[in-house]
Design a protein around this ligand. Structure first.
Ligand code: NAD
Length: 298
């Protein structure tokens, strides 16, 4: 892997974190977004991230100064990619926006540039053709709070060049990620393929009046030695995400229990602003949720 110049397209929730993490690990990073105003906002957000790196990773001032030196900004796409070895796309999760973006990008990017998408729900094969370089295109998916939740799910599609795949795995490792290669397209990657069914089954048990939330969490925690049960996890992920995923599933399946779950989440949590850890209350109350009580599993 001989990547040196990395371009991040989109400086929103995930994009600015990917940019900072990449620069922190010594790569030259160009941040691209739709206009200079958005880029100015990104610069302010980097200052906040810098504090988090100090607190959470014991980063030194010298390391952080160098990180800032390695970051540059532009709202001109051709300028942003003119030297790029790798482009990481983190534009909004909207197929129309991503399609338009790849069409524009294909026209201005040098032949050598490898494109990756950070999309959480859209598969690379959907965009492979319009990138104009299907063999140099794949998914590179990060998690929110990248500096702490340092996972990279790297997913190829049928025509990704095996060497390009290896290079992207090596790059992800070089920026401090635990690399998780997927050799086939899989909606939801590995994490959500496991997590979404678990959380959804937990809600089915609760809303179907089979057991209460604490009993369900106790079962999971005791039986698997996990530090959190599904309802503890739902509070971390945020109940809004569970509600949105549940709504799509209810509309698609018309399943009675799923429809009841969506109504239950809306009335008891969304409408009351009990959205999980972020608002101080969800299925549990924070900062002292009952599952942290030493007697919880007795
Ligand atoms: P976001 O809405 O916070 O940020 C998107 C950014 O893209 C914004 O800065 C916006 O100005 C910019 N943008 C809009 N149109 C653009 C265009 N045509 N060209 C370039 N930039 C454009 O979104 P996000 O939450 O950072 O998500 C971005 C991608 O990352 C999505 O594909 C999402 O699935 C994925 N992702 C998000 C999370 C998360 O927790 N938010 C986690 C993993 C992956």
């Amino acid at each position: 892997m001989s990547y040196k110049n990395i371009t991040i397209a989109g400086s929103g929730v995930l994009g600015y974190q990917i940019a900072f993490q990449t620069a922190f690990h010594g790569f030259n990073v160009t941040v691209y977004d739709i206009n200079d105003e958005v880029l100015e906002k990104a610069k302010t957000k980097f200052n906040g991230l810098s504090d988090a790196y100090k607190t959470d990773l014991n980063a030194t001032q010298q390391q952080l100064d160098r990180t800032f030196q390695d970051l540059s900004y532009t709202s001109d796409l051709a300028e942003a990619v003119k030297n790029a070895d790798l482009l990481i796309e983190a534009v909004p999760e909207d197929p129309k926006i991503k399609t338009e973006f790849y069409k524009k990008l294909a026209k201005v990017a040098p032949k050598k540039t490898v494109f990756t998408t950070n999309s959480s729900t859209l598969l690379p094969s959907q965009f492979a053709k319009i990138t104009g370089r299907p063999s140099k295109f794949l998914a590179l998916h990060f998690a929110n709070k990248i500096w702490l939740h340092n996972t990279a799910e790297i997913m190829e599609h049928t025509t990704t060049d095996p060497q390009v795949f290896k290079d992207v795995v090596a790059f992800a490792k070089a920026i401090g990620m635990l690399t998780l290669p997927l050799h086939k397209e899989q909606p939801g990657y590995i994490l959500n393929s496991l997590l979404v069914p678990l959380l959804s089954s937990a809600l089915d048990l609760l809303v179907g009046d089979v057991a209460d939330q604490e009993t369900i969490d106790k079962t999971w925690m005791k039986a698997t030695s996990a530090p959190l049960g599904p309802f503890g996890i739902l509070d971390v992920v945020g109940i809004t995400s569970a509600y949105n995923i549940g709504k799509i599933s209810a509309e698609k399946t018309k399943n009675e229990l799923k429809i009841k779950t969506v109504k239950y989440l809306k009335e008891n949590y969304i409408d009351k602003n009990k959205l999980g850890v972020s608002t101080g209350e969800g299925f549990y109350k924070y900062p002292n949720p009952s599952f942290n009580n030493p007697d919880f599993l007795k």
